[in-house]
Design a protein around this ligand. Structure first.
Ligand SMILES: Cc1ncc(COP(=O)(O)O)c(C=O)c1O
Length: 416
């Protein structure tokens, strides 16, 4: 066996195993009700439609479907993407603005590759999507966190950070935001703050990475405009994926940005995977072209709204109220976020929750600065309605049992 310490690349040595993955290993028992994953409900997968589409593609277009394709993506899918963005968000783009990716996780990695040199500062939200943090960390980014509230990132804090660094004659490479039904918090960045974010991007000559896998899954309320719609395209890189709307296993997503940026990222994608699966791109393109997308997404909205409502109702019924415990009330997406009183640790509670056969993701894993010890992410898309009620009851039991336990006091100075 080779000496791994000597032989591994620095980037690989720097990359730690994910805390979440380690914790999730503990939740692989069938009796566990898991609010931990971020998975769509498998009952929502349009399997029959896909079966028909796949058969048609393989019968009539297998030469293209089974072949390598252009790195930027197949024109058939680009055409559907252009239509989708115009119809859903009033965004007008050209094929040159699109890079089809092997879903959004590849896009995050490519963005890291494209923009980050060792110790380059970037701004992320507190909390932020852990897969983004891992991708950027892999490229050596120095991540600076900015807090948010129920309306998204605190834009005044963001401005302070941008200003501070400019005074030090340094430059943030980008600001990474998940503005719609954020993973992990479920929070949406409000319209007013979006306008401020794009103004700041232009004022401080900084790029905004808008990562928006959940935008289409809105159950209620009015959608604010996409940052891509509000800002100058030259300041934006927007990430989309069909993972949450069609199926994660398609591994099809896309980046929209200025064509000069797309060209730079496309060069990097070539050395990553040459191209995204042609068969899967054509499956997504046909699904859209045949007009299934709208009705399918409407179905997802009502399915997940019922689950979100069930989780909110269960929290209201079982979680102790007025004890400093709060949770977000998302208008869409797959997650909500629970905040425990400051003296409690969701990290420590996790092991007790698993003993009671319920699991969540510890909120600290989503904080680049290690804060957020008293927070947790709950997923409501995957469990059934019955599991949601029972799981929240079990979780509330664990919280109640620990709510008034005294925190061990630090020994008095004299006794040390
Ligand atoms: C905010 C965010 N970005 C990106 C991804 C990656 O998704 P995919 O690679 O399946 O498109 C996820 C997945 O949960 C996510 O929540």
């Amino acid at each position: 066996m080779i000496d791994l310490v000597k032989n591994l690349a620095a980037v690989n040595r720097r990359t730690k195993t994910s805390v979440i993955r380690e914790l999730l290993k503990l939740t692989n028992k069938p009796e566990i009700i898991s609010f931990a994953g971020g998975m769509p409900d498998p009952a929502s997968f349009p399997s029959e439609v896909f079966a028909g589409i796949a058969a048609d593609i393989l019968r009539t277009n297998s030469r293209a479907a089974l072949q390598y394709g252009p790195t930027e993506g197949l024109p058939a899918l680009q055409e559907q993407i252009i239509r989708l963005l115009r119809e859903e968000d009033g965004i007008v783009i050209k094929p040159e603005n699109i890079l089809v990716t092997t879903a959004s996780q590849q896009a995050l990695d490519l963005i890291g590759k494209a923009f980050i040199d060792m110790m380059d500062p970037i701004i992320v939200e507190l909390p932020s999507y852990i897969g983004g943090l891992q991708a950027f960390n892999g490229h050596g980014a120095k991540m600076i966190g900015v807090k948010g509230d129920d309306n998204g990132i605190l834009v005044d804090e963001l401005e302070k950070k941008l200003h501070q660094l400019r005074d030090e004659e340094e430059h943030y490479k980008f600001v990474y935001l998940v503005p719609d039904f954020q993973n992990p918090s479920g929070v949406t960045l409000c319209e007013e703050r979006r306008r401020k974010v794009v103004r700041l991007a232009e004022m401080y000559d900084v790029l905004i990475i808008e990562d928006s896998p959940y935008r289409a899954i809105r159950f209620e309320g009015k959608a604010p405009h996409m940052l891509l719609k509000l800002g100058r395209i030259g300041n934006m890189v927007s990430l989309f994926t069909f993972s949450k709307t069609l199926a994660p296993s398609l591994r099809v997503g896309f980046i929209v940005a200025h064509e000069a940026i797309i060209r730079r990222i496309a060069i990097l994608k070539q050395s990553s995977d040459l191209c995204t699966s042609s068969l899967n791109q054509l499956m997504a393109a046909e699904f859209l072209a045949r007009g299934y997308y709208k009705t399918h997404v409407e179905g997802l909205r009502s399915l997940y709204k019922a689950k979100k409502d069930a989780m909110l109702a269960a929290l209201k019924q079982h979680m102790p109220e007025g004890e400093g415990i709060t949770w977000t009330k998302p208008e869409g997406g797959l997650f909500l976020w629970v905040r425990l009183p400051d003296h409690m640790s969701a990290d420590e509670l996790f092991y007790e929750a698993v003993k009671e056969n319920v699991a969540y993701v510890i909120g600290s894993a989503f904080h680049c600065d290690g804060s957020g010890h008293n927070t947790m992410r709950l997923n409501f898309s995957y469990p059934t309605l019955e599991q949601i009620d029972e799981g929240v009851k079990r979780l509330a039991g664990v919280v109640k049992a620990n709510l008034h336990k005294a925190k061990p006091k630090a020994p008095a100075l004299a006794a040390r």
